[in-house]
Write a protein that binds this ligand. Structure first.
Ligand code: SF4
Length: 233
């Protein structure tokens, strides 16, 4: 896979306007802003995947947050979910720094890319089934482009899990039927690639302790090892 293909894909994603409700929402949020970010120029567009073009590991979330990725233009950047995710990635040696506050903060990911099945912030973090399906070809294409190097995928939450399995099947991988069911800690082997399930890093899950930093680190470390990436103990 060459860099230009994935860079071109990212570029095409940022210009997408296929979902009228999400286009209206992301742009309205960008206009009205949150008081704390009043001096920001919000991104207000689809947020492409973030990470190296030859990633061996992929983390798949749900969709950008209205005042996170939709503000900063980078996946899981500028919100509480991202704080939890990147801190854990840094702890296990997958990220250059534990924080992710803006697209130009210098954060680098090592061998791992972060993406989502829906690239625009949805109201209440809930895309409709039609929006999920409309956005799927972007994930399918990303998986196809990453396929030569990709060895593991971590799906965050049931939405990420189901979307990833469908996209992997459309990208040409043999996915078992019936489809494996999501659970935290699930591991499924598919065509030379391991899929891992992990509770989503949402505030609801992390504030309630359903997902602890240790649980997240464990899944990330196992997935990194499955991908042949060096990890921190
Ligand atoms: S959610 Fe996906 S398909 Fe819909 S407008 Fe955004 S990038 Fe396009």
């Amino acid at each position: 896979m060459d860099l230009s293909s994935l860079a071109r894909l990212d570029d095409r994603i940022t210009g997408c306007r296929a979902c009228p409700r999400l286009v209206a929402w992301r742009e309205e949020v960008a206009r009205t802003k949150r008081v704390a970010f009043a001096d920001w120029t919000y991104w207000g567009r689809p947020v492409p995947g973030f990470g190296p073009h030859d990633a061996r590991m992929l983390v798949v979330g749900l969709a950008p947050a209205a005042h996170g990725g939709n503000r900063t233009g980078r996946m899981f950047t500028g919100d509480r979910s991202g704080d939890v995710l990147y801190a854990a990635m840094h702890d296990v040696g997958l990220a250059s720094q534990p924080t992710s506050v803006s697209a130009d903060d210098g954060l680098e990911l090592y061998g791992v890319r972060v993406t989502s099945p829906v690239h625009c912030a949805p109201p209440e973090n809930k895309p409709t089934p039609a929006e999920r399906d409309t956005c799927r070809p972007w994930l399918v294409e990303e998986l196809r482009l990453l396929r030569p190097s990709l060895r593991s995928v971590v799906a965050l939450g049931a939405f990420g899990w189901q979307s990833t399995l469908t996209a992997l099947a459309e990208a040409g991988l043999a996915v078992p039927r019936p489809r494996p069911v999501f659970r935290h800690g699930a591991r499924v082997q598919l065509d030379g690639l391991d899929l891992f399930g992990c509770f989503h890093v949402s505030q609801r899950n992390t504030f309630t302790g359903l997902l602890t930093p240790e649980m997240l680190r464990d899944v990330l470390r196992t997935a990194a090892e499955a991908a042949g990436l060096p990890t921190e103990p």
